[in-house]
Design a protein around this ligand. Structure first.
Ligand code: NAD
Ligand code: UDP
Length: 316
């Protein structure tokens, strides 16, 4: 089986490459490296079943040879990244998804879209089930990401209904783990980077907004199960353990002997107040449940970040 993974050099894409290789697949990663890095997959290069090609998937995607699965993960994902790159974000969600679906259609391959809990916007319902249509501000700063992903879902369903492409949609909730960029601006790397530099942890707003953090191996396992399933409608994958951002900052702070202080900064516009996945569908259809708790996940992630930080300090 041969998979094409767009965004394969990113945080999630690299873990997915690793998992598919471990399952015996051949993997071609396509990435333009706007937010990813070749170092995320350098340990896979010795495997003859793995290849990475530099490509911008908003342009025509040319993949010689047969393809069995296209997994479309290319897109900036951190709010800081997509606010810096609003138009590339809209383009990769729209044109990139169209091209990736076109590749799947031409190759008679299956297709999986990496969608997001941001499709629910600032939700009025919690936890969020897949049937909820969301509460999104299309013209706010986050609209570039949210609407790109909502369009990508609509395009995926259209290719399924109109062209008969065998598609899947995963709505990913906040996921963390090794190979996130220390400076990507998301809450976890930001807090850790600040703590490592001996700076205060910046909590936005009053910190009462919630998120639910899923460890990357759990997410990848859910995605792998979804790939094998016959479900075409969206499936939430995330950890339903909900925590306020202030509690989360305190948990990270307590992992450091010097316990840096917490400071409060303004809340970004349209920052969702609550986010928690209803995962009954994944439990029922995929027999999936997250296995890694926050303590263990944080320990594994902090080990990685500490190594990255000291390697960076040594090389200047
Ligand atoms: P990431 O930024 O680490 O990875 C995205 C990858 O896509 C990067 O390697 C980047 O270089 C690549 N890319 C971006 N535009 C491209 C283009 N035009 N052509 C080719 N490559 C391009 O982010 P991530 O956290 O690994 O997210 C991966 C996917 O999962 C994204 O689609 C994101 O929307 C989705 N997602 C992630 C989370 C999460 O918590 N990590 C949550 C919801 C959804
Ligand atoms: N956040 C924070 N301090 C930071 C970075 C983020 O308080 O230094 C908050 C942010 O406002 C949001 C939550 O943490 O409420 C999660 O933010 P993140 O950027 O990780 O992703 P989001 O879930 O908003 O897409």
């Amino acid at each position: 089986m041969r998979a094409v993974i767009t965004g394969g050099a990113g945080f999630l894409g690299s873990h997915l490459c690793e998992r598919l290789l471990a399952e015996g697949w051949e993997v071609l990663a396509l990435d333009n490296l706007v937010t990813g890095a070749e170092s995320n997959v350098s340990h896979l290069l010795a495997n003859p079943r793995f290849r990475i090609t530099r490509a911008d998937v908003t342009r025509y995607i040319d993949v010689p040879g047969p393809v069995d699965y296209v997994l479309h993960f290319a897109s900036p994902a951190s709010p800081v990244d997509y606010l810096k790159m609003p138009i590339p974000t809209l383009k990769v969600g729209a044109l990139g998804t169209h091209n990736a679906l076109g590749l799947a259609l031409a190759q008679k391959a299956k297709f999986l879209l990496a969608s997001t809990s941001e499709c629910y916007g600032d939700p009025e319902v919690s936890p969020q089930p897949e049937e909820y249509w969301g509460h999104v501000n299309p013209i706010g700063p986050r609209g570039v990401y949210d609407e790109a992903k909502r369009y990508a879902e609509a395009m995926t369903m259209a290719y399924h209904r109109f062209h008969g492409v065998d598609t899947r949609i995963v709505r990913i909730f906040n996921t963390y783990g090794p190979r996130m960029r220390l400076n990507d601006g998301r809450a976890l790397p930001n807090f850790v980077y600040q703590a490592l530099r001996g700076e205060p942890l910046t909590v936005y707003g009053d910190g009462k907004q919630t998120r639910s953090f899923c460890y990357v191996s759990d997410l990848v396992d859910g995605i792998y199960r979804l790939m094998q399933s016959g479900e075409h409608l969206p499936v939430n994958i995330g950890n339903p353990q909900e925590i306020t951002i202030l509690e989360f900052a305190e948990r990270i702070r307590s992992c450091f002997s010097h316990a840096p202080p917490i400071v409060f900064k303004p809340l970004p516009q349209d920052d969702p107040k609550r986010r928690c996945p209803d995962i009954s569908k994944a439990r029922r259809l995929l027999n999936w449940d997250p296995a890694v708790g926050l303590d263990e996940g944080l320990r594994l992630t902090l080990d990685y970040f500490k190594k990255q930080f000291s390697a960076g300090a040594k090389t200047g």
